[in-house]
Design a protein around this ligand. Structure first.
Ligand SMILES: Nc1nc2c(c(=O)[nH]1)N[C@H]1C(S)=C(S)[C@@H](COP(=O)(O)OP(=O)(O)OC[C@H]3O[C@@H](n4cnc5c(=O)[nH]c(N)nc54)[C@H](O)[C@@H]3O)O[C@H]1N2
Ligand SMILES: Nc1nc2c(c(=O)[nH]1)N[C@H]1C(S)=C(S)[C@@H](COP(=O)(O)OP(=O)(O)OC[C@H]3O[C@@H](n4cnc5c(=O)[nH]c(N)nc54)[C@H](O)[C@@H]3O)O[C@H]1N2
Ligand SMILES: [Mo]
Length: 828
């Protein structure tokens, strides 16, 4: 080890210059607990990160049955040994003293400890009673993007074919349902076209509403390394905040919130006007170009400049960059997916690639990103609003095929309507048709919009709430039964990152006390419920992670996400592998759609498409008429103004998001000392212009209010777009002194007190990024700096007097740019 870096002060660590078209050089990052030296480690256990969608491969260091650190895996295609701050420090949360170790049940209004039999009996008897009295539609399952593939698949089988409910969705609805929907709209099917390796080859990288530096820090290291190498790429950044990406961009556009479609239509207009269109690609592989050309004919940069409030000349510059790129890589994330016209905007990025013929070649690709580590599997396995294996619920042949795999009658699989989306499930619970809600691996009392409403729904007497988690979360306080789960490092399973790379993550240590892997809980439930197939055999025929994986392989056979060529043995020791993996592609598949699209044919597509304005689903006949040969669909969309605009009472646009140090509702990162200290409490960002105009200063305690609610935090003045406020959504409600729920006397703290109940019509993803808000002073800061980190997008406009974020000795990480092992291709 020849260097060590404070990776809180410098989240991205040192550079290893990276030349274009060459493999990304390795650098192995290692963090061990204080006092532990590498030669004291007894076992290194293979795993991958579950604190973002990157899939950073790592080994967990074990001493005497305890986790004592992590090190990146140089051999892996995704991260080549590097780890981000959450990867490096987040594992400590596993050993937190407040882990749940026994099930809890509600007795006389309070949660009390009990044994598994008692807890599961309550869940099973309530399930049975509801099935008998009210039918399968009275049960709903709200799961995660953070469990393992084997767990989602089991849950999908038991919910869809066991219970027979249509109400199964994941928090992936809040996260990547727009990614999935945009891929379905353009390519007929989910499935990431691009590869992270495209970063090695692209000459232009365009990031739309994606703060990759803070949210996929390891892929940002890859970009930074390219910027230090020969023939560096030029970056386009579309983001209203001054993110680290914006600071390194050749062109940074900071549009008015909610105007992505207007901007993208102007970029498409310019590319068509200057004829940077790959006409032969368009002719061979797409339908819909003429409609797009007509739709954007009037969308000049001058027009968009008025809508988006960015200079027309900048838009032209951006279009030049995109239009002249030899290999263009685009990424899209929450600044699009959670903003206004989410699917319409994400689809325009696909259109950009289709009309420029930028797909399927090294460096030419689109990444409709995922956010959560295992969101891809929620989608593949049908634990969200899809059927397993990207089957089409409107296509009877697909439902019959799924019924064959499960050995049930097709009628046993609800497909009378699209699977219910998460916000609709909460609506049904509010209205009383859903009477039991089983929440696994998600914390809706912090992460859903309009929290006062969500709390009221969860608190209803008539709703039976089951929460399966590691901790007594804000949501678990409302539960009737709490099931203590084992997590990453304590259980074995596979998961798939945003570029289709499948990793195996192995059990390194025992879970605390009586905590059990989610798979075991679902299997136990299936057994107690005695779910049967059509011949009277057990519906769920597997019993452990590997047998669940084998069952999933059979379900995935012949589908785009084909896992049939993968085994646990293949995933051990080397790098992760990108699906599809089958007889045709035994080593995996780097990029999809090298030669036209494969899954858009009416007989095989996952979806027939939707109206991007109303969300109305097209039928098979309409789709067949539009796209008989199964080409890529170029779908145009007109810009529409956001639903809630600034007013006299609420003059600001409120947007929300993330910092590099915290993950979501902080159940893990809030328990990792280095991470938590770097961003210990909520803050509010406003622009220097707005601060000057309103007389507010760094550190002032301010209140952000919308028609839904309010929250308070200390002000950070940044280079944010004027007129916009930003609040991180990581912080939940303030507890009562007794710790039994939100303190009615305390002010609001969660961003979602203020957000709106509204969603994209096509993807049903909630709009966390667009609301109108007011900003008022509560109390002067008197030189108290805001708790906002100084390293990322929340860097102060004027650093004077603001202490720089640093981690000190406890945050030092060994970085080895010349690891002796695992660097060569043939080591894989
Ligand atoms: N450190 C960290 N990393 C994470 C996570 C985490 O919680 N913490 N979560 C993971 C998950 S699940 C996800 S989904 C991803 C999310 O990753 P990102 O999408 O990168 O993160 P966000 O901060 O939610 O939003 C990105 C940007 O959208 C911009 N934005 C807001 N409104 C608009 C708009 O109207 N137009 C445009 N163009 N931009 C806009 C914001 O300014 C913000 O910088 O991160 C993953 N990685
Ligand atoms: N305002 C605003 N709101 C947002 C967003 C935003 O940008 N702005 N982003 C949205 C997005 S993209 C996302 S992904 C969501 C995230 O929102 P949530 O999913 O609610 O956030 P997490 O904190 O990740 O919750 C995961 C829960 O699962 C538990 N857990 C972790 N591992 C395991 C396991 O192995 N088993 C079980 N059973 N439990 C486990 C954790 O302790 C935690 O309580 O928030 C959404 N909400
Ligand atoms: Mo997410």
């Amino acid at each position: 080890m020849d260097s060590s870096v404070d990776r809180i002060a410098d989240p991205w660590g040192g550079r290893v210059p990276h030349r274009r078209h060459e493999p990304w050089p390795a650098r192995v990052d290692t963090h061990l607990a204080e006092g532990v030296e590498p030669d004291m480690v007894q076992r290194w256990v293979q795993a991958a990160s579950i604190l973002h969608s990157d899939g950073d491969a790592m080994d967990i260091a074990v001493v005497d049955g305890r986790m004592v650190g992590v090190r990146g895996r140089a051999v892996d295609r995704v991260n080549r040994g590097r780890l981000g701050p959450k990867d490096l420090f987040g594992w400590q949360a596993n050993a937190s003293p407040d882990r749940l170790t026994r099930p809890l049940v509600r007795e006389g209004g309070r949660l009390v400890e009990t044994d598994w039999d008692t807890a599961m009996d309550r869940v099973v008897s309530r399930s049975r009673a509801l099935l008998g009295e009210r039918g399968p539609g009275s049960l709903g399952f709200y799961t995660s993007g953070q469990l393992f593939l084997e767990e989602y698949y089991t849950l999908a089988v038991l919910a869809r074919a066991g219970i027979g409910t249509n109400h199964l969705d994941g928090n992936t609805r809040l996260c990547t349902s727009t990614a999935a929907e945009a891929l379905k709209e353009s390519f007929g099917c989910d499935g990431q076209p691009g590869s992270y390796d495209d970063i090695d080859h692209a000459d232009v990288i365009a990031l739309f509403g994606h703060n990759i530096a803070e949210t996929q820090p390891v892929q940002w290291m890859r970009v930074l390394d390219r910027l230090e190498g020969t023939d560096p790429p030029r970056l386009l950044c579309v983001d209203p905040r001054p993110t680290p990406v914006a600071r390194r961009a050749a062109v940074h556009l900071a549009p008015r919130i909610g105007t992505n479609v207007a901007l993208l239509n102007a970029l498409l207009h310019e590319i068509i006007r200057t004829d940077r269109v790959d006409h032969s690609y368009v002719r061979a592989h797409t339908v819909g170009f003429d409609e797009l050309a007509a739709r954007v004919a009037d969308c000049t940069p001058e027009w968009a400049a008025g809508v988006c409030d960015v200079p027309a000349a900048r838009i032209t510059e951006a279009a030049e960059l995109l239009g002249t790129a030899d290999r263009l890589l685009s990424t899209v994330l929450q600044g699009v997916y959670q903003s206004h016209q989410a699917t319409a905007a994400a689809v325009q990025v696909n259109n950009l690639h289709l009309i420029r013929g930028m797909l399927g070649r090294p460096g030419a690709g689109v990444l409709q990103m995922n956010g959560q580590p295992t969101a891809q599997n929620t989608r593949e396995c049908g634990a969200d609003g899809d059927l397993p294996g990207f089957r089409n619920w409107q296509n009877d042949a697909h439902v019959e095929d799924l019924a064959r795999v499960w050995n049930v009658e097709p009628s046993a699989i609800p497909h009378y309507a699209p699977p219910t989306h998460a916000l609709q499930m909460f609506r049904y619970a509010e209205q009383g048709s859903i009477r039991m809600l089983w929440i696994s691996g998600t914390n809706p009392a912090v992460s859903l919009p309009e929290l006062s409403r969500i709390r009221a729904i969860l608190a209803q007497e008539r709703l039976f709430v089951v929460v399966q988690d590691l901790f007594l979360t804000e949501t678990a306080r409302y539960a009737d039964v709490v099931l203590p789960a084992a997590t990453w490092g304590e259980k074995t399973g596979t998961f798939t990152n945003a570029d289709r790379t499948v990793h195996l993550s192995e059990k390194a240590v025992e879970p605390p006390g009586g905590a059990r892997p989610d798979l075991d809980v679902f299997l136990d439930y299936a057994r107690r419920m005695d779910f049967r197939d059509k011949d009277g055999g057990p519906l769920v025929t597997w019993h452990d992670p590997e047998s669940a994986f084998e069952a999933w392989k059979r379900c995935s056979a012949g589908r785009p996400c084909d896992y049939t060529g993968l085994t646990y043995a293949m995933l051990r020791g080397g790098s992760g592998v990108q699906w599809p993996v089958n007889e045709r592609a035994p080593g995996g598949t780097e990029r999809l759609y090298a030669d036209g699209v494969d899954w858009a044919h009416p007989d095989v597509c996952e979806d027939y498409g939707k109206d991007l304005v109303t969300g109305a689903a097209d039928g098979a006949a309409e789709y067949r008429a539009l796209n008989p040969d199964g080409k890529a669909v170029i779908k145009a969309a007109a810009y529409l103004p956001p639903h809630e605009g600034p007013s006299e009472e609420y003059p600001f646009q409120l947007t929300t998001g993330r910092t590099v140090y915290q993950f979501h509702t902080r159940t893990k990162t809030g328990r990792a000392p280095q991470l938590n200290a770097a961003a210990p409490d909520v803050w509010v960002e406003a622009s220097a212009e707005d601060a000057a105009r309103t007389g507010l200063r760094e550190g002032d305690l301010v209140e952000v209010r919308t028609p839904r609610g309010a929250l308070r935090g200390r002000l950070r003045v940044t280079g944010l777009r004027p007129g916009v406020l930003f609040v991180p959504f990581h912080y939940g409600y303030w507890d009562t002194p007794a710790g039994d729920g939100p303190d009615p006397a305390a002010p609001g703290r969660a961003a979602n007190e203020a957000t709106i109940t509204d969603w994209d019509p096509a993807s049903k993803q909630p709009m966390f990024k667009t609301a109108a808000a007011s900003l008022t002073l509560v109390e002067r800061g008197d030189e108290t700096p805001s708790p906002a980190p100084t390293t990322g997008a929340s860097a102060p406009a004027d650093p004077h007097g603001v202490p720089a974020t640093a981690g000190g000795a406890a945050a030092r990480v060994a970085q080895d740019p010349h690891p002796a092992w695992g660097t060569k291709e043939d080591d894989r």
